[in-house]
Design a binder for this molecule. Structure first.
Ligand code: AMP
Length: 126
């Protein structure tokens, strides 16, 4: 079920629990600002999620409220993970869903890194 973007941050969302180590994940990268782990239901040969360590519901929340350091750290982490995965050539896709129309299901900002094959059309066929 897509989230309601008007709700406040839920400390018990599944990615918050992964960050606290309460739920296992397959870690890929971690630094002061971000944590990356493998998607449990991969949609392409590489499907890695990158989340900020701060409590942000979505890209909207993050871009409005995060500090310049948090934003820089998070964006650098996404690029770093993609490079470490060897995706820069021949390319990859980043995806961030925001709210109901975006189809976001987990209410902690996450960027999907998808690669390892051509990812296909940008959006669902109309
Ligand atoms: P979204 O639809 O953008 O909110 O994506 C949520 C993503 O989280 C989906 O691709 C799920 O497969 C993934 N996911 C859900 N639970 C877990 C988990 N415990 N570990 C790793 N990925 C998860």
């Amino acid at each position: 079920m897509p989230i309601d973007p008007t709700l406040p941050y839920d400390d018990n969302n599944i990615f918050a629990r992964i960050l606290r180590g309460e739920i296992p994940s397959t870690p890929v990268y971690e630094d002061e600002w971000a944590f990356a782990f493998e998607d449990i239901n991969p949609q392409s040969p590489v499907h890695t999620l990158v989340i900020p360590k701060g409590k942000y519901v979505s890209w909207d929340d993050f871009s409005a409220k995060a500090s310049a350091e948090e934003i820089a750290g998070f964006i650098r982490a996404v690029g770093h993970v993609a490079r470490e995965k060897g995706l820069v050539e021949p390319g990859y896709r980043l995806l961030a869903k925001i709210g109901a129309h975006g189809g976001q299901e987990v209410p902690h900002l996450h960027v999907h890194i998808l690669g390892g094959q051509f990812i296909g059309p940008m959006v669902m066929a109309r």
